[in-house]
Design a protein around this ligand. Sequence first.
Ligand SMILES: [Zn+2]
Length: 272
Amino acid sequence: MRTRRSALTFLAVAAVAAVFSGCAINQAQEVDMGKNYSTQIAKQLRLVQDPDITAYINFLGDSLARLTERRDLEWHFEVVDDVDVNAFAVPGGYIYVNRGLIERSKTMAQVAGVIGHEIGHVVRRHSVKQMQKAQGANLVVTAGCLLSRVCDGSLGQTAIQLGGGLVFSKFSRDDEAEADAEGVRLMVRAHIDPHGIPEMFRILLDERKQTPGVTESFFASHPLEENRIAASSALIATYPAGDLKGLATDSPFFQAFKKKLSALPPPPKKKN
Ligand SMILES: [Zn+2]
């Protein structure tokens, strides 16, 4: 029940923000929405509070975010103290990476790849576009209405997923491809090896085969299949060899960050 109530609160924020915005959601409104979301998320999820962990994830995130055309956004990066493998972005530049995902990664480039992909969703305003589309169809009226539509599935692809008590957009395959492309572009510009993206996909898909439950929320919002590994590798291969030379795959700072994260007390077990 707690989960449902949390989802409702979250939806209420989304609906109010969307209704408030009129037809198109501008940047100031998007940022306001992101702030509201981040407040809800801070209440509903356990965020890692360790200052070293927060400092590193923001350092890594900013090294990519400052290279986007939306560098004017105030970007925020958080590690969620959750063993499930997940990462997500909310509008306005708030990116969340689960502890479970970081612990399964091997290199800095793999985590940078996931962050780059999530930044890509924000840069291309995928969630905002979905909200606008939903508004255009007069679907976002009240939280109750939106929730019932989500529950009976009538909102389809533009709908918002209920996962882990929160609500996330389900991205289309085109959105995923765009976010991957943006991630690869940012990584190359930041001198980080973009192969981290297909490598992390491989880890996620393997994990899904072994323990499907822990990756569920990631796959619910980010459709990911074998062919995306090939597609992102093919995209990387289109870059001039010179651009891909000498890019960083790992760093001692990342390994220290990972070690410190693993040494933190384990997150409390979930009730459900
Ligand atoms: Zn995605």
